[in-house]
Design a protein around this ligand. Structure first.
Ligand SMILES: Nc1ncnc2c1ncn2[C@@H]1O[C@H](COP(=O)(O)OP(=O)(O)O)[C@@H](O)[C@H]1O
Ligand SMILES: [Mg+2]
Length: 369
């Protein structure tokens, strides 16, 4: 039997790459005919003839997903026949910003002020309450900053409403954070939990550009707080698999931005930088295996996303400690098509290596300053 994966993008591909050494086999279910993971296991495309879903389920044992945008009805249907990990609860909450924020509040995890809005009058009223700047976001299906608009002044409201109306929307306070961080946790079928070091993340125009692990100069108390939030979420959700939590670090402490019930871009550094990658630990968790160590294998690690075009990958591979990960995707502006992982012995070395990757970073990246 194979591990069934809903979605055959780069995350599914990296799951398979991590699973082969464990003797695991894979089956993927997705729409496109040429998906990044299509050749890494049996592939069932819903665009091809025949009942691809039934064929997929016939070969899949445990089923997981690489994206939270799996239709809930499909997940519920699958969960009737198969073990689906992470479970329906994690998926349902993780695909809806309002549900996530309600959960954060319920579990005493601070989150920015927000209001659900159904019409332009409600948007105006919400902004009057929350203040400007604020961010208007679609409640579902957003990624890489898509489906959100920054509201700076009153005049932005009507235009933003015109653009996003039709989908359920939420408006939230703009956070003047010091930086963005994330924590990735994992919980297995025996309720064992493990946590990766808190990572610093830099986003540009809504897209993650790089991650540094561990987050530089992070106070121990803040790291403990992030771990505690993750532990509470994993336990409350009875979550099995990897869970990612994106946070804003502010002067008042951490504010939860969003969570993802899956392996996460801010954990890609773990492939080369941690004893056990997030992908391997996700598989261990859902396959009923013991978790592996989440410790760094060198004191410092980093990840730089390759966006739009591959650039000079020969030069990248000439950098000591640099590892290239290509997703087999067609290069297109603004599209994540790969990433580069770095490991280093010292923070100075990590910073120097990051500067060698300047061609892959926006000029505004703090790490280049
Ligand atoms: N309320 C906010 N205040 C400040 N920056 C924000 C806020 N919401 C989002 N952002 C910025 O936009 C990025 C993407 O937003 P996010 O809500 O994480 O959506 P997604 O990752 O699904 O596209 C964040 O990582 C952050 O850089
Ligand atoms: Mg995000």
């Amino acid at each position: 039997v194979a591990i069934g994966v809903l979605g055959a993008g780069q995350l599914g591909r990296m799951l398979a790459l991590a699973g082969y050494p464990l003797g695991l086999e894979f089956a993927f279910y997705d729409k496109p005919v040429n998906a990044p993971a299509a050749h890494l296991g049996q592939y069932f495309s819903s665009c091809q003839q025949g009942d691809a879903l039934a064929q997929f389920l016939a070969v899949a044992g445990v089923v997981t997903y690489e994206t939270e945008n799996v239709p809930l009805s499909l997940a519920e249907q699958i969960a009737k026949h198969k073990r689906l990990y992470p479970g329906i609860q994690s998926l349902r909450l993780g695909q809806n910003r309002i549900a996530e924020k309600k959960l954060f509040k319920q579990l005493n995890i601070p989150t920015p002020a927000y209001q659900e809005v159904h019409n332009e009058a409600e948007l105006k009223a919400a902004v009057a309450d929350i203040g400007l700047p604020a961010v208007l976001k679609t409640v579902t299906l957003g990624y890489d900053g898509k489906g959100q608009i920054l509201l700076k002044e009153e005049a932005d409201l009507a235009r933003a409403w015109q653009k996003l109306q039709g989908d359920p929307l939420v408006v939230e306070a703009f956070v003047y954070y010091q930086r963005e961080v994330s924590i990735i946790g994992v919980r297995n079928r025996e309720s064992e939990m493990a946590f990766y070091p808190v990572t610093e993340n830099y986003h540009h125009q809504g897209i993650l550009r790089y991650s540094l692990a561990p987050a530089p100069a992070l106070l121990g108390a803040i790291a403990d707080q992030a771990r505690q939030y993750m532990a509470v979420l994993l336990t409350h959700l009875n979550h099995i698999g990897v869970l990612a939590l994106e946070l804003f670090e502010t002067e008042q402490g951490l504010l939860a931005n969003e969570m993802a019930p899956r392996v996460h871009n801010s954990g890609h550094w773990t492939i080369n930088g941690a004893v056990t990658s997030q992908f391997e630990n996700h598989l261990r968790a859902i396959a009923g295996l013991p978790l592996g160590s989440t410790a760094l294998c060198q004191p410092y690690a980093a990840m730089v996303n390759i966006i739009g075009s591959y650039g000079n990958t020969r030069a990248v591979l000439a950098i000591p400690g640099a590892h290239l990960h290509c997703y087999g995707k067609e290069a297109r502006p603004g599209r994540k098509i790969g990433h580069i992982n770095l490991t280093a012995q010292t923070e100075q070395q990590q910073q120097a290596l990051m500067r060698q990757l300047a061609a892959y970073l926006p000029p505004s990246a703090p790490v280049l300053a």
